[in-house]
Design a protein. Structure first.
Lengths: 369, 385
């Protein structure tokens, strides 16, 4: 049966990640980075990957990882979402899943130690089950083509590129690789347009194995992003509840008005449900359950819109201060809205649910006699 | 080794089953199970339990079930088991507990709840039913409403005003009322579905012995809070498989009637399916929390979502059915023990679901409770305290 709770170990992991983020990535510091050259926080990444070993959680011990699993990764993502931490953990996790599906790789050991950040070179909006247009492979084995909107690519060392009939590893700093930074809606998770012109690549998998690895990675992305969305939503709810308790108008706390209370109560219900759904998706992924794709699509159909709603209600109930640049809430709105597109919109995932549980659209599918 | 383990409880059930034939007389078997402390294991010894952790109850129930033993038909006495029993356990005297808990658990005595009044629904503390002291008795006069099971019940938990001079929350006392006493009149209350699950209860000069008072005079509101808290737990949290509720009927209809499908309804059916599954997983998570001994406030979320989903999905189903959605099965005055949500027409479900956001605390009251007790938001200024 699906385990929807957090184990004692998972709670301990949460505590250590939260403490580190509170010390090194408070909201104001994340905000201040947006006006600097690089929104990514390399020092924070070094602490998370090196000090806490978070990039090794999903890597088996045989490859030098912690051999934990995606349930633990999901807890880390909740905390990173709660802090809108500008680190490439989601992208690295998705790429890790692709490497695991390719049957392991020496890259995994370097990922586990945090020496190497890896990104899957597909557009961030790609849904599981879709095949992005593959790049061209020249007779000499080099890769050429463009991939728009790749997340977590700018700070990465190795790109996993679907090209021709295979999946290739490409050194990000190697010849023929150009990454053009995109001005992204969510500046705490940068995007880049990737341009390859005769870039050398090492083949990791080909044919059905390559597509399976890609699909596994995208499914993991959809499933695990839900936990990040729960973290975002919970932060927005907590922060807004705190605000309306303190803020007074008409001689009483704003949070004592029923119009405000009921919106927040409804939001609490949504976040509570999103947590169960995200836990379910993480558990199905971690246990390799046959219905992991359904749980992932359910998670994106439900949790993505919840995070957006939480951020929107948060901005509204903060009033004027919520509309300012100085208050960090807008970082969550932007994270939530772009995450609702990442790995496929809720609508695409509802279509996937329709396929997976046999609820066909009008005029489609063979009716049951 | 801890005192209470699943293995030990299973061994106790095995020993009990060797001494008591599960195929024998039902009431005798249930009484013996109660006396053996294997009824509700978290209750204290002597009162049907053994002070074991509550989450071990399913171990015992499953062991009896496997042996084909009769159960106490919990759905027939939901108010007794879900609300009266925990209240008696928490606030009753030893004598009251001994008198009432055994026949309550075995189902020999059904219970109902005399709380709501025509003038006191959401604002329950505004109730006006009076109880006046007369020697060793109280004399009760008033009218209660929305009383399910009143026509089958032997006992009722009753709230009455004993001191009209006090602020409204402090003038209330909690009693147990004999439903066979002179002056108790039960009339069916017909609801918009045509049937009558509920009753109106008229109390005219009903004598309630002071020995049937639960808790101190004037402290009925505190006692009632135990009951109401358990009501919310009792309503939420039934374990269902995927598509086990109303969504399953809609999904099956969708699969079997391709000629009725439209693009707009497809979108809505998918949205409803996703929300129903989210609510189901939330209820499942609540059960896992309770089993792990750490119940969360998710019960309120479960009840709010259940009501919204039942209304939404049943409305969708009626619309999906088109011409068949114009029909109803039966308007005659029936007296069901509980609503037959899955067995009747979609139009019945649609109508009955309107009550889901009203009974057991309206969704509006529930949202306020979530906001104040779960989120810690300040109360609205009140003029009645």
């Amino acid at each position: 049966m699906t385990d929807l709770l957090y184990s004692a170990d998972e709670e301990a992991l949460r505590d250590s990640v939260r403490a580190l983020l509170a010390a090194h990535a408070p909201g104001q510091r994340v905000l201040a980075r947006l006006d600097g050259d690089d929104p990514y926080d390399g020092a924070l990444w070094a602490r998370l990957a090196g000090q806490l070993g978070l990039t090794g959680l999903a890597v088996p011990e045989a490859y030098g990882g912690a051999g934990a699993g995606f349930r633990e990764v999901a807890v880390v993502l909740e905390e990173l979402g709660r802090a809108v931490a500008p680190v490439p953990y989601l992208g690295t996790t998705v790429a890790t899943r692709a490497l695991l599906s390719c049957g392991g790789s020496e890259l995994l050991g370097r990922v586990a130690t945090g020496d190497c950040a890896v990104a899957l070179a597909v557009c961030f909006a790609t849904a599981p089950g879709t095949r992005p247009h593959p790049l061209a492979v020249a007779p000499d084995g080099t890769l050429s083509g463009t991939v728009p909107g790749v997340a977590d690519a700018l700070p990465c060392d190795v790109l996993l590129v679907p090209a021709g009939d295979g999946l290739y590893a490409v050194d990000a700093a190697g010849p023929g690789v150009r990454m053009v930074p995109v001005v992204s809606l969510d500046a705490t998770r940068t995007l880049a347009d990737l341009v390859l012109t005769g870039a050398p690549g090492r083949l990791l998998a080909s044919g059905a194995a390559a597509w399976a690895a890609l699909d596994d990675a995208l499914t993991a992305g959809a499933a695990l992003l839900a936990s990040e969305q729960v973290g975002v939503a919970q932060y927005c709810l907590d922060r807004t509840v705190g605000h309306v308790r303190e803020r007074h108008q008409f001689g009483r706390p704003v949070g004592s008005f029923q119009a405000v209370k009921h919106r927040l109560a409804d939001l609490w219900v949504e976040v509570t449900e999103a947590r169960a759904v995200a836990r379910h998706a993480a558990d199905r992924l971690a246990t390799g359950h046959a219905e992991a794709p359904l749980a992932a699509s359910l998670a994106q159909a439900y949790c993505g819109p919840v995070a957006v709603h939480a951020a929107e209600v948060g901005v509204q109930l903060h009033g004027g201060i919520g509309f300012t640049w100085e208050h960090p809430l807008h970082l969550y709105l932007k994270r939530a809205k772009s995450s609702a597109i990442a790995f496929g919109t809720a609508d695409r995932h509802r279509a996937a649910v329709a396929r997976l549980v046999d609820l066909p659209a009008p005029g489609h599918g063979v009716p049951v006699a | 080794m801890p005192e209470h383990t699943p293995e030990r409880l299973r061994a106790l059930v095995d020993a009990f089953l060797r001494a008591n034939d599960p195929a024998g007389e039902r009431t005798a078997f249930l009484r013996a199970r109660f006396d053996a402390g294997l009824a509700w294991v978290h209750f204290p010894p002597g009162l049907g339990g053994r002070g074991a952790p509550r989450h071990l109850q399913p171990v015992v129930d499953e062991a009896f079930d496997l042996a084909g033993a009769p159960d106490n038909r919990p759905r027939r006495n939901s108010i007794g088991l879900g609300m009266a029993a925990p209240t008696l356990l928490r606030h009753g005297t030893a004598g009251q507990q001994r008198r009432w808990l055994r026949p309550l658990w075995t189902g020999e005595e059904i219970w109902c709840q005399l709380f709501s009044e025509p003038g006191a629904g959401s604002d329950l503390a505004g109730l006006t039913t009076r109880a006046v002291r007369d020697g060793d008795d109280w004399v009760v006069d008033g009218q209660k409403v929305w009383t399910s099971l009143a026509h089958r019940a032997r006992w009722a938990i009753l709230l009455a005003r004993t001191d009209p001079g006090m602020p409204k929350h402090r003038g209330i006392t909690y009693f147990v009322c004999d439903m066979t006493a002179p002056g108790v009149e039960v009339r069916p209350l017909r609801q918009l579905t045509g049937e009558a699950e509920f009753n109106e209860v008229f109390l005219t000069g009903v004598r309630v012995p002071d020995a049937h008072r639960i808790g101190a005079v004037g402290e009925g509101w505190q006692v009632a809070r135990t009951t109401l808290m358990n009501e919310r737990v009792a309503i939420g949290g039934l374990p269902l498989p995927r598509e086990g509720g109303m969504i399953g009927l809609l999904a099956r209809g969708w699969r079997e009637r391709p000629e009725l499908r439209t693009p707009g309804l497809h979108e809505e059916v998918l949205r409803a399916w996703v929300r129903a599954e989210a609510a189901r997983l939330t209820a499942l998570r609540l059960r896992q929390q309770v089993a792990a001994g750490e119940p969360g406030p998710e019960g309120s979320a479960v009840k709010l979502s259940f009501a919204e989903l039942a209304q939404w999905i049943s409305g969708l189903e009626v619309e999906f059915l088109g011409a068949q959605g114009l029909r109803y099965d039966d308007w005659t005055l029936r007296r069901p023990a509980e609503p037959d949500l899955l067995g009747r027409t979609a139009t019945y479900r649609y109508l009955r679901a309107r009550g889901n956001s009203i009974e057991g605390g309206t969704s509006e009251i529930l949202r306020t409770i979530v906001a104040e007790r779960v989120l810690g938001l300040p109360r609205e200024p009140r003029v009645d305290r």
